[in-house]
Design a protein around this ligand. Structure first.
Ligand code: ADP
Ligand code: MG
Length: 857
């Protein structure tokens, strides 16, 4: 349909709508008929596919093949057990992955965008997927256009359509019908397309296509999610590849030695293949994803909504948090404290003389009122309207006398906004904004008053007030084309107001916590330098003479290299434009800093994208900024960022513990089987034993490590670099020596029991290896602290996993069915006690190692 060529009246008829919007009943009928306004997600894995993927590992396939061969040639029971264990393993893997996927999906749904529409003349907010043809949507800068639309009314609307047309410049939109002709998407200037961003202005439009019928729907493959591996996963994948070659070589060697020593060849084959399946950490990258997904679920409970999973992993590495001031560090509850009215001496403006400042406050804003009589809109403007109201100037009364006919919306680069009103004398222009910006727009003969006013404004700013000025002028008639240069010039200042926005109490603590944790908090604001500095001092962001305050003007005068010399010292950026945030991010990153950056506006999107952790505001943020961010603060609170960093550190710690545990267990199994021949011992374990240990022992307690509470020093140690090798810092050594100890304890048990317990030896050896790993997992729960200090109860899932594992192991030892399946024998009490005692060796050794670490500090 060529909507762009139709008159609005034709469109109304076609869609059966009107500028007042649809009625809700028709709308819900249409929704049922045409379906939701959604783009179908092609890439989603079906549960079946997810399940089958559990078997795609090459070594698992080899094992299945080997088990089948050995089943045909001999031991069918063994084959069935091996297949059963592989199946259980796959089911467990599937359940985890499925749950993780669901958790991520739930998080994604939380960011589902909303649309503001008119229905029966009333403004309501809807889920964007509930939009129907004919709906009238209300749009403003920062929105992502929710469907294909045809504009009814536009005020300086500019749209970034680069996602659709690839053109990087912003297109200005109009409401007029286009003359007959053929137009490409980019030239349909009275239309807006789903998924493109409004960067400027306000407007009203009809929905003309939804869901898969939109232009975006036609090219849906463009919006596929980018699923990249996290830095840790990349490292694990690369490491896993190298490691698996080594493990395969070792297993081949074990097989050859066993064969030469005359072990049964099929059993030997199964054992060595099982060992390689158990020891190759194939699943680690996937388990990291699962741990991150569950971490993300925890984070959202703490008001930090993760949009990009890798952010969970890297959060803990943040070294700089660059935060907006208004609303994030402060409460965003503004109240006007002082006003200063300036008598204008211009005769031609005398009709607006009386209560000029209060009337301007009541007229120049975009505040609306809700059904229950609450102001709705920007907190700065609410403060001003409220102040006028308290002084007996009602917004709605003055608006009747001076109706608004046009406007130039606020933008944070200009730091001003203008409304134009119809009066008997002509068009009244009211501009409000940052006083220093207004100065540039004043009439020539006003310029002499500037120094005097500046002095008064600075006095207010030093108290931490945000000061806004008002200026007016009269135009003979409404200009054909509104331009900022012509409208916002030759103004006459009529006064200014100073308002406070007190710092958040919890932000003060969070700032202190940051500093302890080696993270530098930085404030970025569009506010005046003096205002920003006053608040930064109150919050503790500025604490010494060395902490610099830089203004946007100073910043733009610096070249990137010059800026990088001082960037690490700057604590406050004032009167900056959102565009400059990108310069700040780049400079810090060049200095090897890991930067978290907050933002709420459209123009913040590039900085958010480029920051290591881009953070958008859940309450006051625009959709565009949310789309660009890695994380969204549901409460817009600075303290939440710090909390999220703390969680990030804990999650990363626990993933490391998990890796350490799994790899050490694998190393123990390899050492035991590899070393046996060198001590003249037979292969200690059967294939099914190895697979059992891999399934139960490695699986359950390993996962419980993810629930480990944070280490006591979590926020008093410096951030960990994302470039740091995780196996450095003693992990590799730990894996080798503790694994070796496990192997030696296992073989010692084997040698002893072969001598003293005859046919119970294999059961004892098998159990010792299993229980040693339990001891190990307990000991590595904390990096430094002794288990007796952190207490057994501090990780209940772990306690449960341990108990369950021990019970399962006892079941294998003491039930006749499992005795025959797993070729085990019931142990005597004495043998069991000895087994437990031997198993505690690894636990004790690692606890002793930790106590040495503590002493060194
Ligand atoms: P912040 O980074 O603190 O959120 P903003 O970009 O919102 O700063 O605002 C920057 C400056 O623009 C403010 O200091 C104020 O002088 C001016 N300003 C803010 N809101 C408005 C508004 N609604 N109308 C006019 N000027 C405004
Ligand atoms: Mg703001």
């Amino acid at each position: 349909m060529n909507w762009h060529l139709l008159q609005l009246s034709e469109i109304e008829q076609l869609l059966n709508s009107s500028p007042k919007g649809m009625d809700s009943i028709t709308a819900s009928e249409l929704l049922l008929e045409n379906g939701k306004n959604q783009i179908a997600d092609h890439k989603k894995k079906t549960p079946l596919r997810m399940f089958l993927q559990q078997f795609t590992d090459f070594m698992i396939l080899v094992l299945i093949a080997a088990a089948l061969i050995s089943g045909v040639l001999g031991d069918l029971v063994d084959t069935l057990i091996i297949l059963a264990i592989i199946l259980i393993n796959a089911i467990v893997g599937f359940i985890q992955e499925y749950r993780a996927e669901k958790a991520m999906e739930a998080l994604k749904n939380m960011v589902a965008s909303t649309a503001r529409v008119l229905r029966e003349g009333k403004t309501i907010d809807l889920d964007a997927c509930d939009l129907v043809l004919g709906d009238v949507v209300v749009l403003e800068a920062g929105n992502i256009i929710p469907a294909d639309i045809r504009f009814i009314e536009t005020h300086q609307i500019k749209v970034d359509e680069s996602t659709l047309t690839g053109e990087s410049h912003n297109t200005e939109k109009i409401a007029k019908t286009l003359p007959e002709g053929t137009y490409g998407l980019g030239d349909r200037t009275n239309m807006g397309f789903k998924g493109t961003n409004i960067t400027n202005g306000r407007g009203l439009a009809y929905v003309v296509a939804t869901g898969m019928n939109t232009e975006l729907g036609h090219i849906a493959k463009m919006i596929q999610q980018d699923e990249t591996a996290t830095p840790l996963q990349k490292r694990l994948i690369a490491f896993g590849k190298r490691l698996s070659i080594v493990i395969l070589l070792i297993c081949a060697l074990i097989f050859t030695i066993g064969w030469l020593r005359g072990e049964a060849i099929l059993a030997m084959l199964l054992t060595s293949i099982s060992l390689s399946v158990a020891a190759i950490p194939e699943a680690l990258p996937a388990l990291v994803t699962i741990a991150l997904a569950f971490g993300a679920k925890r984070l959202v409970k703490n008001n930090a909504l993760i949009r990009k999973l890798p952010a969970v992993e890297t959060l803990g590495s943040v070294t700089y948090i660059c935060s907006d001031k208004t609303g994030t560090l402060t409460r965003n509850k503004m109240t006007v404290q002082e006003t200063d009215e300036i008598q204008n001496t211009n005769d031609y403006l005398s009709f607006f003389q009386e209560n000029a400042l209060l009337k301007a406050m009541a007229l120049n804003n975009d505040i609306s009122i809700t059904k229950d009589k609450k102001w709705l809109g920007d907190s700065t403007e609410i403060a001003l309207v409220q102040y006028a109201f308290d002084n007996n100037i009602n917004k709605y009364t003055v608006e009747k006398i001076f109706p608004r006919v046009a406007e130039l919306p606020f933008d944070s680069n200009r730091k001003c906004m203008t409304t134009l009103h119809q009066t008997e004398k002509g068009i009244l222009v009211i501009t409000k904004g940052a006083v220093d910006e207004l100065f540039k727009k004043l009439d020539k003969n006003q310029k002499i008053v500037i120094p005097e006013i500046e002095f008064r404004v600075n006095k207010m700013s030093e108290k931490g007030y945000r000061v806004l000025g008002y200026a007016i002028k009269l135009l003979p008639s409404l200009p054909e084309k509104l331009s900022i240069e012509s409208v916002e010039s030759s103004l006459t200042l009529i006064g200014f107001a100073g308002m406070i926005d007190p710092p958040r109490e919890e932000a003060k603590q969070a700032v202190a916590e940051c500093k302890q944790a080696g993270i530098i908090p930085v404030m970025i604001t569009g506010d005046h330098q003096l205002t920003a500095k006053a608040i930064a001092i109150q919050l503790g962001i500025i604490a010494s003479e060395e902490d610099l305050v830089l203004s946007g003007t100073e910043l733009s005068a610096l070249t990137q290299p010059q800026f990088e010399v001082i960037v690490e010292k700057v604590r406050v950026y004032a009167r900056v434009n959102p565009e400059q945030k990108l310069k700040i991010v780049k400079a810090l990153q060049d200095k090897n800093q890991f930067v978290a950056m907050t933002g709420d506006g459209v123009n913040d999107a590039p900085a958010l994208k480029n920051a290591d952790i881009g953070i958008a505001m859940g309450i006051n943020g625009t959709e565009v900024s949310k789309e660009a961010a890695h994380m969204i603060l549901l409460d817009d609170n600075f303290a939440t960022i710090v909390k999220a960093v703390k969680h990030g550190r804990r999650i990363f710690d626990n993933i490391l513990k998990f890796i350490k545990y799994t790899m050490t267990s694998n190393s123990g199994e390899i050492w035991a089987i590899f070393l046996a021949p060198f001590f003249g011992l037979p292969i200690p374990l059967l294939a099914i034993h190895i697979l059992w240990i891999n399934l139960v022992t490695d699986g359950l307690p390993g996962l419980a490590l993810v629930s480990e509470p944070s280490e006591s020093n979590i926020m008093s140690r410096p951030p960990r670099s994302t470039k740091e090798n995780i196996f450095a810092g003693g992990m590799a050594l730990h894996i080798l020596w503790v694994g070796f100890l496990m192997g030696v304890v296992t073989l010692a048990m084997q040698a002893w029991s072969m001598h003293y317990s005859q046919n119970h030896w294999q059961t004892m050896t098998f159990t010792v290896l299993c229980l040693s790993q339990m001891g190990h997992v307990l000991a590595i729960r904390s990096e430094q602290e002794s288990i007796f200090k952190i207490g057994l109860l501090s990780n209940k899932p772990m306690l449960g996993a341990l108990l369950l594992t021990v019970i399962l192991q006892m079941m294998i030892i003491y039930t006749p069915l499992f005795n025959s399946l797993f070729k085990t024998q019931p142990l005597t009490i004495m043998e069991l006690v000895i087994t437990f005692a031997a198993s505690s060796v690894v636990f004790c050794a690692v606890e002793i190692e930790k106590s040495f670490k503590r002493m060194q500090k």
